[in-house]
Design a binder for this molecule. Structure first.
Ligand code: SIN
Length: 495
């Protein structure tokens, strides 16, 4: 969504090339269910949306940028409508869903729970019919710099093996998150954190990589593909139940099933441990006055194919890696610390999510900051985000395992929902021992190399942060420590 929106908006400025390593429609957007948070309903206000965003972010939200996020929502929703997105309505106005830690029902959705697919289809149609030059199956392998300025990218056209140099006055990274780095995830396999490692290699600062949000309710059944079971179901009254059939969330938080995601995920882990099971049940038979099949057609159909009827059965769910709050450090114009290099969407760390993202703020972030990156490029003022004064120089070990499942198991075990210094150190020792074999140039090998760098950075950041905050939970440091850790960890490449 970030890439498509940026390309569309930039296409009035001059020639735009959009390179994607897969096909245009592949990416996490397509799988987004809940929707887009926007304080545009009666009784709501950007101020309330801001307060919820700041509270969810556990002390690390950049409030200036978060204010831009919530105050731009109405204009960006109008842009999406102009590009052909039809949001679901109720009566004469839009229908608003509710999700965890939101004080109001303010989540716009489309085609029920197929919001991401509706948005992605509409934007992709516009891009295909417009002036943007599209290169599919073309993997960016290097951000090319001359005298400290971005001058384009080197990219590998995978089918022909041809490597291109695409010259550009500005490069916008919109490469998404890195959920594919974990054994259990709601993300698509293309989410391998490429942009983070590419930007890091070009000298850009990266930050907040220890903050990986685990969504409490991913479908969990042996052999089933990754699939999100939207929090919007709990927003409509669905209830988590343990193996004794008890609704347990009230024992953990006053907001019960709509508590912040980190709290729900840890409560589930604790209940799963108590019953020695790898899942919990989501009971959707108790929804408030609505038919789950109509409101959640995507989830209903996925479950039906596995013999589960939402009207009478419970869904097996467990937490899974979902969203990276951190990424390439940017200012509120999408500028990284490298001149000419911009980032937006999940690959960027704008600071609006702090240590824990408020549900459905991510799709909003993609359009708000993609738009601002394009506006900044149009202004022709150049420059870069000033580097952080306490950025940590870091040189990755540079090795990689032979397959992605090694990285996935490692991060799930050593840097999952509950972390300890001992586990993180052990994980780092494994990463640093991975061999540095020269390998065939291929998409898979690039992804493995980049994921290895990402894993090492994540483990290091999580080890340094000796406290618990938002999505980062250390059982050996279970308290939040604002005095020592009310700050961001920033890294740049030592060489
Ligand atoms: C969901 O639908 O539960 C996910 C929404 C989000 O992560 O923002």
């Amino acid at each position: 969504m970030a890439g498509l929106f940026a390309a569309l908006e930039a296409s009035s400025l001059g020639p735009v090339l959009l390179a994607t390593k897969a096909e245009l429609h592949e990416g996490n957007t397509r799988h987004a269910q809940g929707g887009i948070a926007a304080a545009i309903g009666p009784g709501d206000s950007p101020e309330q949306h801001l307060a919820d965003t700041v509270a969810a972010g556990a002390g690390l939200v950049n409030e200036e940028n978060a204010r831009i996020l919530v105050e731009s929502a109405s204009r960006r929703i109008s842009d999406l409508r102009r590009y052909g997105v039809h949001f679901d309505s109720e009566g004469v106005g839009p229908a608003f869903g509710r999700e965890g830690a939101h004080g109001q029902a303010r989540v716009l959705h489309a085609l029920g729970d197929r919001t991401g697919a509706a948005v992605e289809t509409a934007l992709a149609e516009q891009v295909k019919n417009g002036r943007v030059v599209i290169y599919e199956h073309t993997l960016a392998v290097e951000i090319v710099m001359v005298e400290g300025q971005t001058v384009g990218i080197r990219a590998l056209e995978q089918q022909s093996g041809i490597e291109h140099f695409f010259e550009a006055s500005a490069v916008i990274l919109a490469t998404g998150g890195a959920g594919a780095a974990f054994s259990h995830t709601t993300n698509t396999p293309v989410a391998t954190g490429d942009g983070i490692s590419l930007a890091f290699a070009a000298g850009a600062e990266v930050t907040d990589l220890e903050f990986y949000q685990f969504h409490p309710t991913a479908f969990r059944q042996e052999g089933a593909p990754p699939f999100l079971i939207s929090e919007a179901l709990r927003g409509e009254g669905a209830v988590l139940r343990n193996h004794r059939g008890q609704a347990f969330m009230g024992r953990y938080h006053e907001l019960a099933d709509l508590a912040p995601r980190d709290i729900v995920a840890r409560a589930m882990i604790s209940e799963m441990r108590a019953s020695n099971s790898d899942h919990i049940w989501l009971d959707c038979t108790v929804l408030n006055n609505l038919n789950p099949i109509e409101r959640f057609p995507g989830i209903a159909s996925f479950c039906r194919e596995r013999g589960i009827d939402l009207r009478k059965d419970h869904i097996p769910v467990a937490p899974a890696a979902h969203y990276l709050m951190g990424g390439v450090r940017t200012d509120n114009w999408g500028r990284t610390t490298v001149p000419g290099l911009y980032a937006c969407g999940e690959s960027a760390a704008t600071g609006v999510h702090g240590a824990n993202r408020l549900a459905s703020n991510s799709l909003l972030e993609t359009v708000v900051f993609a738009k601002r990156a394009v506006e900044h490029i149009e202004s022709n003022t150049g420059g870069a985000m000033p580097p952080s004064s306490d950025s940590i120089p870091f040189l990755p070990a540079g090795g990689a395992p032979v397959d992605i499942s090694t990285i996935q198991r490692l991060l799930w075990k050593h840097a999952g929902i509950e972390r300890t210094g001992q586990e993180l150190r052990a994980g780092l020792a494994v990463v640093r021992a991975w061999p540095m074999n020269p390998r065939v140039v291929s998409r898979e090998n690039h992804e493995l190399a980049w994921l290895s760098i990402f894993a090492e950075l994540l483990l290091t950041a999580a080890l340094i942060r000796e406290e618990s905050r938002g999505a980062h939970f250390r059982t050996d440091f279970p308290q939040r420590d604002d005095e020592r850790w009310g700050r961001h960890l920033v890294f740049h490449r030592a060489d």
